[in-house]
Design a protein around this ligand. Structure first.
Ligand SMILES: *Cc1c(COP(=O)(O)O)cnc(C)c1O
Length: 448
């Protein structure tokens, strides 16, 4: 029986946490991010040749759960979370290049993998809990929909989603508001930063927590980050078996959760070559990788709005992984792709090749188009289905984007979101009484 793998905070004040504590808390008590004491190493021979994605995930994640109570449930957690595939598809426009499609889940974005894994962990962790748990999520769009879909109808859990009113696409707003039952959507009269601040204030409010236990499901949770390594492992193993060489990835990047998963999978020994970060016009990461100092700043709005991040929260984990700047700049690179280039890339591939990409995927596609030595051995990571961003894509390509079945089912349902002021006090009051600032009681608004 080997020693359990323990976790500590990137800020150093919490040592020796269990995987259960890490997944339940989300953020470490000192405000840092949880990381494992060390990343486990695996060999290619550890993975079965005929593995499905859920099998690869189970094998990959096993060392992270080793010695903890939740280890026993890991096989069923993986089966529940990875019940749709992440196909690696050849891209006809570039010989030897492929696309890793991560949008076949219920909310049509890659965040479904992490959200479903986290939800399944909570289901197993909270089996015997009498007190309901409230999960708070601040979202600029995709996170909220994935978390809502994953936790919908889960007993003992309430989900409260905060999003900036008018700043997500109409289809995204619909996705957030269409669940009901244990999922509550609040449209905040403010910006995404306000939503995030309100959630943080509530999570840090001990008096509030004593009355209504809270947790978060934002992308800083290891319970979302760890499972995201699985599709990189699965795709790179399949590629290496067929082509005898590692697979390189270009990852559309905002908060660095998806790209960090690729880098961690490589550190664990999987056949992953280069990992390049494709960013939108927000310059924090590209400036740093160009040799500048790391300077978080306010986010600017772009067409790839799920990547509108000025202070990528997982940078702290990236720095933990590669502590010296030199080492970090060798591990990966980052490039900015501005809105006119996103538009041109979407148009070009639709008109020339009949392929429709979402604006986030287009940032990575542009980098692929630009590779000086050809695209052989590279995979573009496709983070969402273009039908989620139809207001951006349809005017560019002059045609409707076909809607995948799961998304169509969501859009068929009616949707409701409650308005709320952008103050910490308004959220506190709503959580305690179910009332918005005006005092109007809305608990039964879902009945219809
Ligand atoms: C969240 C998201 C991203 C950015 O992923 P990070 O893990 O924050 O870097 C990219 N594309 C889409 C569609 C997303 O929803």
């Amino acid at each position: 029986m080997s020693e359990p793998l323990l976790y500590h905070s990137t800020r150093g004040a919490r040592h020796g946490a269990s995987i259960e504590e890490v997944i339940t808390a989300g953020l470490a008590p000192d405000g840092g991010l949880y990381v494992p004491e060390a990343l486990p190493r695996l060999a290619k021979a550890d993975f079965a040749l005929d593995a499905r994605l859920a099998d690869t995930a189970e094998r990959l994640l096993k060392p992270f759960f080793r010695g903890h109570a939740l280890a026993e449930a890991l096989p069923s957690i993986c089966r529940e979370a990875f019940d749709f595939e992440a196909p690696l598809r050849a891209l006809p426009q570039h010989p030897g290049a492929s696309m890793l499609e991560l949008f076949h889940g219920p909310s049509a974005a890659f965040k479904d993998f992490g959200a479903r894994f986290l939800a399944s962990c909570f289901r197993h962790l909270r089996k015997d809990h009498a007190r309901p748990l409230t999960i708070l999520v601040a979202t600029s769009g995709d996170t909220g929909a994935a978390v809502a879909a994953a936790f919908h109808r889960q007993p003992g859990v309430q989900v409260v989603i905060l999003y900036p009113d008018g700043l997500v696409s109409p289809r995204q707003a619909h996705q957030l508001g269409c669940f009901g039952e244990n999922v509550h959507a609040l449209r905040v009269a403010g910006r995404f930063d306000d939503c995030q601040r309100m959630v943080k204030a509530a999570l840090n409010d001990a008096a509030l927590q004593a009355q209504r236990p809270l947790s978060s499901a934002n992308s800083i949770s290891l319970g979302r980050l760890l499972p995201q390594m699985s599709y990189y492992a699965h795709a790179s193993l399949a590629w290496e078996r067929e082509h005898g060489k590692p697979l390189n990835f270009i990852v559309p990047t905002g908060n660095l959760g998806n790209a960090l998963a690729a880098l961690w999978a490589r550190e664990m020994g999987l056949p992953i070559g280069q990992v390049e970060l494709a960013c939108n016009a927000n310059p924090t990461l590209p400036d740093y990788f160009d040799g500048g100092t790391y300077t978080p700043r306010a986010a600017i709005a772009t067409l790839a709005n799920a990547m509108d991040v000025g202070a990528p929260s997982n940078f702290e984990r990236l720095h933990w992984t590669f502590p010296h700047d030199e080492e970090l700049r060798q591990a990966t690179t980052a490039h900015s792709v501005d809105d006119p280039t996103i538009r041109a890339t979407v148009r070009h591939h639709a008109h020339m090749h009949g392929e429709i990409f979402c604006p986030h995927t287009a940032t990575a596609m542009h980098r692929l188009d630009q590779l000086p030595d050809g695209a052989d051995g590279w995979a573009v990571v496709s983070t969402a289905h273009p039908a989620k961003f139809e207001t951006v894509i349809e005017p560019l390509i002059g045609q409707a984007v076909p809607v995948p079945a799961a998304l169509a089912r969501m859009l068929d349902r009616s949707a409701f979101a409650e308005p709320i002021e952008a103050t910490d006090e308004a959220l506190r009051r709503w959580l305690l009484t179910g009332e918005v600032a005006g005092g109007e009681h809305r608990e039964s608004a879902w009945a219809s």
